[in-house]
Design a protein around this ligand. Structure first.
Ligand code: SAM
Length: 284
């Protein structure tokens, strides 16, 4: 299939009775250079098992097939799976997982093991859910490369004290080193979205050491950022059983970190959150 031809894409969709669904972020990559660049960023080896999320008609899949040992694709749209199978040929060496990828990761990992790499031109509306789920399940391949809306890429890579810095920034950066590789304008896709996309590369950089650290860390960042305008300490008071002694420890911690008692969640770096978690766990 000629993935750069909008006419051919239209025809394939029509043949299989598919209408493009915005809710599933169906914007197909029609920029040959971008497709090749995204796949080459994944740095696949011939022995790798790779997951692709949202293969669509196969713009990335077709380039991955000859480059890897095993390719598992997650696609929610059954019509798209029919079209993809027809385009790639029925005997293409691809394992298809149908349904919402977020609900299929766990059983697929149990059955086929953790992949070496994960790739996807992700649907805009569920990209953060998909990435959060991979982290939550601790599926840590050697590398992940995703196309996401630029705003999400900026949130995931944001540094403390900036407007994009959120609990999702801290969460992602506690597990991965994340780098924005390039931006793609709407014209790289069909239908053309009215937002800019970024291609991000994520490599594991797990900074938390134990399960109990992970649990408290998640709770602290979730509640810490719950109300951005409130002081961190006020937000943390919302955690069940957050005693006066713990409040005192947080105040002491902030002072030692060179911040005031009224510091807000966005002022602490990822490493400072991890230090705070360790301190609170020691003090139990
Ligand atoms: N990879 C193709 C490309 O680059 O041309 C299609 C990418 S398109 C942006 C996103 C794809 O993800 C669509 O095929 C859509 O049906 C699929 N999708 C959307 N939500 C999904 C989900 N929750 N689980 C699995 N696939 C999903």
């Amino acid at each position: 299939m000629n993935y750069e031809s909008k006419n051919e894409i239209r025809q394939v969709l029509e043949t299989h009775g598919i209408t493009v669904k915005k809710r599933w972020g169906q914007n197909f990559l029609v920029n040959r250079h971008a497709r090749e660049q995204i796949v080459s960023m994944l740095e696949c080896k011939k022995t790798d098992s790779v997951w692709e999320i949202g293969p669509g008609l196969g713009a990335l899949t077709s380039l991955l097939i000859p480059a890897v040992r095993q390719l598992i694709v997650f696609e929610i749209d059954h019509g798209m799976i029919r079209a993809l199978t027809a385009v790639l040929g029925g005997d293409a060496p691809v394992v298809v997982r149908d349904g919402d990828a977020v609900k299929r990761f766990e059983d697929t990992a149990k059955e086929l093991g953790t992949p070496c790499r994960i790739i996807g031109n992700l649907p805009y509306s569920s990209a953060s859910k998909i990435i959060a789920k991979l982290i939550e399940l601790e599926l840590f391949p050697e590398k992940m490369v995703f196309t996401v809306q630029k705003e999400l890429a900026l949130r995931m890579t944001a540094k403390p004290g900036t407007k994009n810095y959120s609990s999702f920034s801290v969460f992602c950066q506690a597990w991965f080193a994340i780098h924005i590789e390039t931006d793609l304008k709407g014209g790289s896709f069909f239908p053309e979205p009215d937002v800019v996309s970024s291609v991000i590369a994520m490599t594991p950089d797990k900074k938390l050491a134990a399960k109990e650290e992970e649990l408290l860390f998640s709770e602290i960042i979730r509640t810490g950022f719950a109300s951005r305008r409130k002081m961190l300490i006020k937000n943390l008071s919302g955690i069940a059983g957050f005693s006066d002694e713990k409040k005192r420890m947080v105040k002491e911690f902030l002072k030692n970190a060179g911040k005031t008692e009224s510091a807000r969640a966005e002022e602490l770096s990822v490493l400072e959150y991890i230090k705070l978690v360790r301190l609170l766990l020691e003090g139990r």
